[in-house]
Structures are given as structure tokens and as C-alpha cells.
Design a protein around this ligand. Sequence first.
Ligand code: GLU
Length: 428
Amino acid sequence: MAVSTNAFEMAQRQFDHVADLLKLDPQVREILRWPAREFHFRIPVVMDDGTTRVFTGFRVQHNDARGPNKGGIRFHPSETIDTVRALATWMTWKCAVADIPLGGGKGGIIVDPATLSVAEKERLVRGWVDVMWRNIGPRQDVPAPDVGTTPQMMGWMMDEYSKLVGQYTPGVITGKPLGGGGSLGRTEATGYGVIYTVREAMKHLKMDSTKCVAAIQGFGNVAQYAAIGFIEMLGGKVACVSYYDREDRVSYTVSHKDGIDPHFLMTITDQYGSIDKKKAIEAGYQIEEGDAWITKEADVLIPSALEGQINAETVQKISPRVRIVAEGANGPTTPEADEVFKSKNIFVIPDFLANAGGVTCSYFEGVQNDMNYYWTKEEVLSRLDTKMTQAFHGVLEMSLAQKVYMRDAAYMVAIARVVKAMELRGWI
Ligand code: GLU
């Protein structure tokens, strides 16, 4: 689980590289290299045993030229201000590439949510809102779930905010539970969105998806629906998924000779994506320790866990069969690993394009909250497919026209849209 590089330095390096290619004005660079605003705070929580524990929380608002800041809140024991800065910056590019009228933000709390009781989690997320409520809102900054946070937590946060402002305000947060202001399709959106882009990449590369194998890192929300989508929408096989085992403190790759069954694995997985190893073995799955997922013979790699996982060291282990890397996670590939992908001519669908389905569906959730009229799941997913397909082709066209790597092309599309909004608003 070690993060091999500082995520924010990585985000800045990626940006600087494209800013050089674009010969971006130094003043514009200065605005976009850093978040516009940052909040660091402490949240005291009365624990079930009566003692008080103080948690550290963050919210970073990177850029709101195109609309309110938007992005998840992550609960992770190794969260830092720099991981949150990087993730907030990537959200700006993500919303721009998906062409939704939102900016970039991210929040975090340094905590392992699995160590808290349900009531402690509720007090902690309400505490986050009690600190931040003046600086979030449907027209300011709209949080959402991410690693370690759940729809139920979003429901509590919406409730806390609504109480503080004195009116029901579902649009303050997205990823809410169904029946509590949430949107149908939000659970599937990020993973399915990854698969819509993989489908388009395969058409472009003239690959037959029914003959393709994917290796997936992670088994949280994104990985689960990416696996289902790869099998059910594309007719492919998923060789493996992986997860972090809290008890053993190591990552395991879970594979099956006939391909994994994500529906079965989901029945033996907890809310944080940890699989019951014993039950998996009983059902005929093979368990390997460490980075085995990345070594599998696969056509498509879908890293859907944390940042920095494909780095100078792990990239050396990938199979020569790999043709596509679709980044379900945010920032899974370090700039060193990117160089290896380029030299091997691997087609990368970069994070803020591949995983934009989550925030796009969040945008749909906000639209439905504003209208107070809710779409069917089919309507949501078909609009999502349209948006993801358009976003993919916008980036592909840029990549072909400028003869640049897909990640650089995605940055070019995103930066141009954000710069235009800043110009139109008279910021530059
Ligand atoms: N946390 C997700 C992401 O990184 C979703 C953000 C959102 O829905 O606002 O894209």
C-alpha cells in the first residue's frame, strides 16, 4: 500500500509537462498549479466509550472557474494534505474533460473507517460538516463519496447541513443513498464509466472484446462494477481482482482459472472492499500475496485502488500481452511508469477520463435534486454512456491530432476548457 511518490508533486509534474507543450502563459500556470483554497481542521468526536478523539480533516478547493467545486471525501489512515491537493486538482481536470459545469475539490480525514463503530462514523461525518458548512453548498462546493466513505455517510452529511442552514438541501452532497436524494445508477456509475471508455478504446484499436481478459486491482465500488461491466457489457473475462487484508496487513490477488465471478465475490466482501479469504478459497479461488494482479496475462489492466500503484518498479512486471490500461483509480500511474507505457505503445485511458463516470453521475444527481424529479436507471446510464463516449472521443481526437500520449491529450482538453472559463470570467 506504500505510496511511492508524493501525489501532488506527481499532479504538478503532469500539469507542467502539458503546460510546456501548450506554452501556457506563466500567470495562468501559477493559478492552475495550486489549489485556490485549503481548509485544515480538527474534529473532536466523542467515542462510544466516552473518551474524545480528535481527527484531522481537510477540504481543498482547486478551481471553480467552470462551476462549484466538486469532489469526494476520503477516509484513509495515510491521508495527507498533499494527497488531497492532488485529488482536488485531478477533479478540476476530470469535470472539465467530462464537460460538466463543475470545478475541482477534495476532502479527507486521517482515519481508518473500519476501526469506528457506526455511531462514531456518524458523529465524525457530522463533525466534518459542522466545521465546513459555511464553505460548502450546492453553489459553492459539493462533496461526494470516495475511498472509505459510503452513501449512508453522505445521507448523514446532507442531514447535518440541512439542519444548519434550516432547509432541506439535497444538492449539497452527492452519492446519497437511494430514497434519501440519491440517483439510480450512481453505485454503478464509476465502474461502468470505465468500461464505456474501454469499449471505445477497443473499437479504436480493433480488438475483439469477447476474446479479452482484464486484470483488476482493488475490489471496492469502482473495481466491482468495472468487473461486472467488463464481463456483462463487453463479454470479456476478468482474471483477477485484489484487495487489502486488514488482519494480515497485506494485499492479496484473488483469481480463478475460469475468470472471477464478481457477483459471487461481492457476497463475501465487506463495505470497504475486503474479501473473505477463507470463503474465496472454499469456492475454488486462488489467493496470491503482493502485486500478482499486475503480472497476470491480460489485455487490459484496470488499476482501481489507490494512487502510485503502477510505478517504476511494478511496471516492469506487466505482461507483454497488455494493450490497454484503464485507470479506475485516481493517480495510479507515476510519471516514471508512464514513460514505460509510452515506450511499449500501451494505450492509456487516463484516470480523470476513465473514472469520470462517478462525478458525471453526481452531476446528474444534483440536476435531479434541483428539479426534484428523478430519472429511471436506464435514463441515467444512457446519459452517462453518451457523456463518457463524447469525453473519450474528444481526448482521442486531441491525441491523434497533436500526436500526443492520451494522458497529455486529456490534460490539453481539460486545460483549454478551464482557461476559457477563466478568460470568460475575466480572471486572466
Ligand atoms: N470520488 C469520485 C471521484 O474521484 C467522485 C466524485 C464526485 O462524485 O464528486 O471522481
